[in-house]
Ligand binder design. Sequence first.
Ligand code: PMP
Length: 286
Amino acid sequence: MSRKVYVAGKLVPAEQATVSVFDHGLLYGDGIFEGIRVYGSRVFLLKEHIDRLYESALAIRLQIPLSPAEMTKAVEETVKANELIDGYVRLVVTRGPGSLGLDIRRTSNPQVIIIADTISMYPPEMYENGMRIITASTIRNHPGALSPKVKSLNYLNNIMAKIEGTDAGTEEALMLNHNGEVAECTADNIFIVKRGVLKTPQPDCGLLEGITRGAVMRLAREADIEVRECVLVRHDIYTADECFLTGTGAEVIAVVSLDGRMIGSGKPGPITRNLLDRFRRLTRGA
Ligand code: PMP
């Protein structure tokens, strides 16, 4: 079966799925996106992703040509047409083709693109042993410049930090905000555990409010684990009992060192393992 991509309002074979070279999504990164998981043919937390997409659109003053209900249906139809059982959906909305200038009044036809694909995750042994990360020197976008709450097509901020991680031999890199506080990693949110309390940077520290972050906070509360959104600095991570990341692709993955400094026991901790187990039960049943 050939892969089908939703573009210009219909499903077409992947090789025929194209957009204009004049699309401002390409020319300026002017657009938004979502990355969504499919588990057992079901789109995971689709409503949350759709809500975040429409909020990102509002933030960048982009009028999405479909209603949220139509968008939901388009995502579900794309998953079905590709017979996707476990995988990943990339939903993109661009500003559409326009002239070679920034003026959005000279663009038209925002493009909705939906790709259903397989997912490449971190290697299984990393979930067993935990990952190492470093702090990137690239700070997270200043919220007054481009709010990190917007999941925009302009990911250069994160890409530059990711390169620093790659250069240091790590899969992820920690990004601080303009005040030197912990924000998030390049494509994942960060949590620590200290004396049994789960802590994660509060949204105004300049981060994308991850859908997985929200799901894990709910799971923790269900397990009677105290959850706090607060300001964290690197000292808090160096001295944490446990640390882990959350994201659509990563799910829940332990972090066992930051900048070469061991965190806690240097192994995935009990609360991290508990939350990973609960997350897997939530997504895979059982
Ligand atoms: N932060 C950033 C910068 C991201 O790109 C992502 C998504 N990969 C996340 C956090 C995690 O968000 P979610 O749980 O919604 O995937």
